[in-house]
Design a protein around this ligand. Structure first.
Ligand code: PGA
Length: 244
């Protein structure tokens, strides 16, 4: 269960969140719990979660290890802060910052090289869904992002299916729509890497996940977890999602 805070919360607000959130999930051992705050607040989040099962992640990274790349951060920097995860190619990165499947591929490789678990985000927009292009978009995002990965390296990545039309809109995909896309993604994994990696691969659903719809989503066998934006900003609401 992962929370994507996007560009929300200061360091002080980060500490206040965990002060309330930590006890609410102290007994929750059924899943991994990850929060991805803005990178400037990762240290505060790492500090505030020390001694708990809660892990932290970056929302983005660059593919080079270091260099003259003003404004960027590397996987090694995230790792050195104590983070284990990194979101790659979130739809907002694709939409506003020109992220491509090829960039995503380089970032996934660099994240793995740094010992981070990349959460590779894929999903169609409304127009693509309405014109019947969902499968084609997912297939090209998946094959572009994982091109060149061995089955062994693939086994270290997590996929997040986030239909753009459901992100921040309150329009959650029905469990059936989400499940169909997750099945399709798992089939693509099977085709590329084989039956075992496909069965083991974790596919998260993201897009308007809330405490009142998480149960229906998680009841689908191909949905292994959630990537939560808005509802992860509030400790009570994210805790009730974790503890669905
Ligand atoms: P949302 O965002 O839960 O606010 O729809 C999900 C995401 O962008 O990861």
């Amino acid at each position: 269960m992962a929370g994507n805070w996007k560009m929300y919360k200061t360091a002080a607000e980060t500490c206040a969140f965990f002060h309330k959130f930590n006890p609410l999930v102290a007994g929750s051992a059924h899943c991994e719990i990850v929060i991805c705050p803005p990178s400037v607040n990762l240290s505060a989040a790492v500090e505030a979660t020390r001694g708990t099962r809660i892990e932290t992640g970056g929302q983005n990274m660059f593919w080079e290890k270091e260099g003259a790349f003003t404004g960027e951060i590397s996987g090694n920097m995230l790792k050195a802060l104590g983070s284990k995860w990194v979101l790659i190619a979130h739809s907002e990165r694709r939409q506003y910052f020109g992220e491509t499947n090829e960039n995503a591929r380089k970032k996934i490789l660099a994240a793995l090289d740094s010992g981070l678990t990349p959460v590779y985000c894929v999903g169609e927009n409304l127009d693509e869904r309405q014109t019947g292009g969902t499968h084609q978009v997912l297939e090209s995002q998946l094959t572009g992002g994982w091109a060149g990965l061995s089955a062994d390296r693939f086994s270290k990545i997590v996929i997040a299916y986030e239909p753009c039309w459901a992100i921040g809109t309150g329009k959650v995909a029905t469990p059936e729509i989400a499940a169909e896309a997750h099945r399709f993604i798992r089939d693509q994994v099977r085709k590329q890497f084989g039956a075992e990696p496909a069965a083991a691969c974790r596919i998260l659903y993201g897009g308007s996940v809330k405490p009142d719809n998480i149960r229906g989503l998680m009841a689908q066998p191909d949905i292994d977890g959630a990537l939560v934006g808005g509802a992860s900003l509030d400790p009570d609401s994210f805790a009730s999602i974790v503890n669905f």
